[in-house]
Design a protein around this ligand. Structure first.
Ligand code: S3P
Length: 170
């Protein structure tokens, strides 16, 4: 297994902000699978969903993990919220490093993302309901993939970092 730190969790759980701070603190580079795909495709995630559909985006996520497995060591990797839902990604995540699941409440996600327009899955009439149902489906999968679970609802980034550090000496 590689020694990357992998952050998984629902959209809006704070993977990016926690990842950036961790990266600064631990002097490790941070990679974001959405950004990696966007750079490769020269399109935003929303444009990819529009042009190619969700399934093709999911295939790009798997391809991204396979590439990262070949090239990365000792980095922070933040992965898109839906990536762990593909069964074949579980083994790839496991080989890639230690998986931290940032667990968040649906309420917090809704408050954070109610005006966001960059997440195609939440551009629906009732985003609250969509968050709730997606989370019910995804939570057990995130838990299954995780080496560590960090409850992040109503916590500051500092508190989250402290909790991550207490849980394991990284
Ligand atoms: C998605 C989460 C997004 C992005 C895409 C799909 C999802 O990433 O990959 O919009 O299915 O939960 P973030 O979790 O970084 O928002």
């Amino acid at each position: 297994m590689k020694d990357n730190i992998i952050l998984i969790g629902f959209m809006g759980c704070g993977k990016t902000s926690v990842g950036i701070r961790l990266s600064y603190q631990l002097k490790r580079t941070m990679i974001d699978t959405d950004k990696w795909i966007e750079q490769k495709q020269k399109m935003t995630v929303s444009e990819i969903f529009d042009a190619y559909g969700e399934e093709n985006f999911r295939a790009m996520e798997t391809q991204c993990l396979k590439e990262l497995l070949k090239t990365t060591e000792h980095q922070i990797i933040s992965v898109g919220g839906g990536l762990p839902m593909r069964e074949e990604n579980h083994e790839l995540l496991k080989q890639l490093g230690t998986v931290y699941y940032l667990k968040v409440s649906p309420q917090t996600v809704y408050e954070r993302l109610k005006t966001d327009t960059t997440r195609p899955l939440l551009q629906v009439e009732n985003p609250k309901e969509r968050i709730q149902s997606l989370m019910e489906l995804r939570s057990p999968v995130y838990e299954k993939c995780a080496d560590r679970i960090i409850d992040v609802s109503e916590k500051s980034v500092e508190e989250i970092l402290e909790q991550i550090e207490k849980g394991e000496s990284i």
